[in-house]
Write a protein that binds this ligand. Structure first.
Ligand code: PLP
Length: 400
């Protein structure tokens, strides 16, 4: 019998692996587009800007001068030292470059950290709503995700009270993501400090996904684990990267910072999986992290554009759909708003409602189910002002 999906016996490693819940909606959006329909795509998880020219040029120059061979698994020494300086904060001013691992995107850094710290029999605390990949990464490590959340009034951010309730002695890791995808919620310094203290007291590692840290609308860099006292910060793996801040999603460069012995183990894991992150990509990111004043202004203009769009979508939603509760995004480029009051027999959840919105309004959003909260949908404001305005008007017209 020819192998089909139905008769292949998949290994225990991937048996429970689910394709992303966003696929049904994005497939439908693509089909309708191919059929000539005018679809406004507000589902993107990446900046709509091109990679800034000075960064691309550095990548091209690296290729032209022959920087196309393997690098050490953890990245070039120069980039690791530069990342250590980039991530340093007032309370952790000198980071050891041997704590840096350069990865194929932040996603690989997250995988490295979870796979290295958690395994069979271990549990990982995952605050909801979560980025869609987290539970699958935990399961790939054969550990078990445990979901928890704070109150809606706090943008679902967790505090020691919720953590204590979810904890048991098999909890090894807490996955934090601030600014959050999908909600845009950002932990204040005090909130993060309380969480970090709780984790240290319980000997729980924090894997802190800070990929949107510089897309923050209240200051330069959102509070992160390296803003904590060094005794707390050393219980964390800080994950960051170039994808969002520098509009470099396709270059696949991320990085992590942790204490050096943990970084070495993660680099060893990576050495057997992908060897090293793309060499030209590493050179391009070196340029991104060392901008001239003029280049810095180009990067700041992207953040400013997201800030303006954040204000635009918040005011449009408030005006057009006043009954839609939402979390005010303080960072990242997503607006997470409630739509469950529009559910009925024909559209009984966020996936069905998103399919309806594409079919009838021609607007692609991501169902909240993909992030563990079926009451919501996620709108990405990595889109033009015109698309944001037209898209939200169409959604409001259909639903209200
Ligand atoms: N973490 C979060 C919260 C994300 O939203 C994303 C991308 O959407 C990633 C990590 C992955 O980043 P990268 O493209 O660098 O792997």
């Amino acid at each position: 019998m020819a192998p089909t999906r139905a008769n292949i016996i998949f290994s225990e490693n991937v048996r429970k692996l689910q394709p992303s819940a966003t696929i049904a909606v994005s497939t439908l959006a693509k089909e309708l587009r191919a059929a000539g329909r005018d679809i406004i795509n507000l589902s993107a998880g990446e900046p709509d800007f091109p990679t800034p020219g000075f960064i691309s040029k550095a990548g091209i120059a690296a290729i032209e001068r022959g920087a196309t061979r393997y690098t050490p698994a953890a990245g070039t020494p120069e980039l690791r030292a530069t990342v250590a300086r980039y991530l340093a904060r007032e309370r952790n001013p000198e980071l050891d470059p041997s704590g840096v691992v350069v990865t194929a995107g932040a996603k690989q850094a997250l995988f490295n950290a979870l796979f290295t710290l958690a395994g069979p029999g271990d549990r990982v605390l995952v605050p909801t709503p979560y980025w869609t990949t987290y539970p699958e990464l935990v399961r790939l490590a054969r550990a078990e995700p445990v979901f928890l959340s704070g109150p809606e009034s706090r943008g679902y951010k967790v505090s020691p009270a919720e953590l204590e309730e979810a904890w048991d002695p098999s909890v090894r890791v807490l996955l934090m993501n601030s600014p959050s995808n999908p909600s845009g919620a950002v932990y204040s310094m005090a909130e993060l400090e309380a969480v970090a203290r709780w984790a240290a007291d319980h000997e729980v590692w924090i894997v802190s996904d800070e990929i949107y840290g510089r897309l923050w609308y209240e200051g330069d860099v959102a509070p992160g684990m390296l803003d904590m006292d060094p005794a707390l910060a050393e219980h964390a793996v800080v994950v960051n990267g170039a994808s969002k801040t520098f509009a470099m999603t396709g270059w696949r460069i991320g990085f992590s910072y942790s204490v050096a012995p943990l970084a070495s183990k993660m680099a060893a894991l990576q050495s057997h999986m992908t060897s090293n992150a793309s060499t030209p990509g590493q050179h391009a990111v070196l340029a991104a992290l060392n901008p001239t004043a003029e280049e810095r202004a180009e990067l700041e203009a992207m953040v400013a554009a997201f800030h303006t769009r954040r204000d635009l979508v918040v005011s449009l939603l408030t005006e057009l759909m006043p009954d839609a509760a939402f979390i005010r995004p303080e960072g990242a480029f997503y607006l997470f708003f409630r739509v469950d009051h529009h559910y009925d027999d024909a559209h009984a959840g966020s996936v069905a409602l998103c399919q309806h919105l594409i079919q009838e309004a021609g607007v692609a959003l991501v169902p909240g189910e993909a992030f563990g909260d079926d009451h919501y949908v996620r709108l990405s404001f990595a889109a033009s002002d015109q698309d944001l305005e037209n898209g939200l008007r169409r959604v409001a017209e259909l639903l209200t």
